[in-house]
Design a protein around this ligand. Structure first.
Ligand SMILES: C[S@@+](CC[C@H](N)C(=O)[O-])C[C@H]1O[C@@H](n2cnc3c(N)ncnc32)[C@H](O)[C@@H]1O
Length: 281
């Protein structure tokens, strides 16, 4: 055990698992024991508490909302990168290209990145679509980016990343980023303006009405159990526009939430319910 780490009994581990499941829907496996110790020990010490039992008691009786948020922030996994799972952006580009070519009366385009982590996913959507279709600047085009973790949302809103985030990107994709000269890069202003970052718990109420033309919820539901996954995917369906798409992570599937969708590509789904509604209209 590292200096500063606190021992975690079975009972304490189980209390922590129950709490993070209840408040965030995150289902921690027994393999996550070491992760819990390493991520929470510092917080427990900083509160001047001696054990994880005392910490959970504190959260349950007297801890502030900020303490509760720190607990959740510490237990999320935020791995992400620009242009992750590239085929989704390719598909979105062709869908939006079709929308533009059809000369719709409405030039409203809404995309939701649900579980956006530090922002690389919504910024990729903006970068990719603006590069392909500069006319979108004249559209009512907005990207909503949400995450339960308030620390990643704050980082995302700044739009600044270490330069090595660009490694692996083609010169063409790397070009729009502003070089700040201190080993960091910045997302271009035109793209930052498209994206609104907001804290949102996917297992809580959603204030948005939609409809969204596309929803990205990738590598998020993997942390939920099957019933929670089914419920969240079903709720996405109700917020999708006709012919809208849901993109999920490479190792995920819709499970019981998949009834209202049809699979149209690798981890790409289209809402059947919405198509039926449109056909009936
Ligand atoms: C691995 S990241 C995925 C980032 C991005 N979507 C991607 O695929 O690159 C998973 C994100 O899901 C978020 N998350 C976990 N539980 C959540 C919940 N209940 N509501 C909203 N976001 C959640 C985490 O905070 C984390 O930032």
């Amino acid at each position: 055990m590292d200096q500063g780490e606190i021992s975690l009994s079975e009972r304490e581990f189980s209390r922590i698992k129950n709490r993070v499941y209840r408040v965030a829907g995150i289902s921690l496996s027994d393999a996550k024991r070491t992760l819990v110790i390493s991520r929470l020990s510092k917080i427990v010490r900083s509160l001047g508490l001696a054990s994880f039992d005392a910490y959970v008691d504190y959260l349950e009786h007297g801890g502030s909302a900020a303490d509760g948020q720190d607990f959740v922030n510490a237990l999320t996994t935020n791995l992400t990168r620009f242009y992750r799972e590239d085929h989704h952006f390719e598909h979105l580009r062709s869908y939006v290209g079709g929308l533009i070519a059809s000369k719709p009366r409405s030039t409203r385009l809404r995309i939701w990145s649900a579980g956006c982590s530090t922002g690389q996913e919504p910024y990729t959507i903006g970068l990719d679509l603006l590069a392909a279709f500069p006319e979108l600047k004249r559209w009512d085009f907005k990207i909503l980016a949400t995450d339960i973790d308030t620390a990643v949302i704050a980082k995302a809103a700044g739009g600044i990343y270490p330069e090595n985030e660009l490694s692996g990107l083609s010169a063409e994709r790397a070009r729009p980023f502003q070089r700040l000269g201190n080993g960091t890069i910045k997302v271009p202003e035109a793209v930052r303006e498209l994206v609104s970052f907001k804290p949102l718990n996917l297992i809580g109420p959603w204030p948005m009405k939609g409809p969204f033309d596309a929803i990205f919820c990738r590598n998020v539901a993997i942390y939920f159990d099957k019933p929670t996954q089914g419920e969240v995917f079903g709720r996405f369906n109700a917020l999708l526009a006709p012919e809208g798409f849901l993109y999920i992570g490479h190792s995920e599937n819709l499970g019981s939430g998949g009834d209202g969708f049809r699979l149209v590509g690798k981890t790409i789904y289209q809402s059947k319910l919405q198509l039926n509604k449109r056909e009936a209209a």
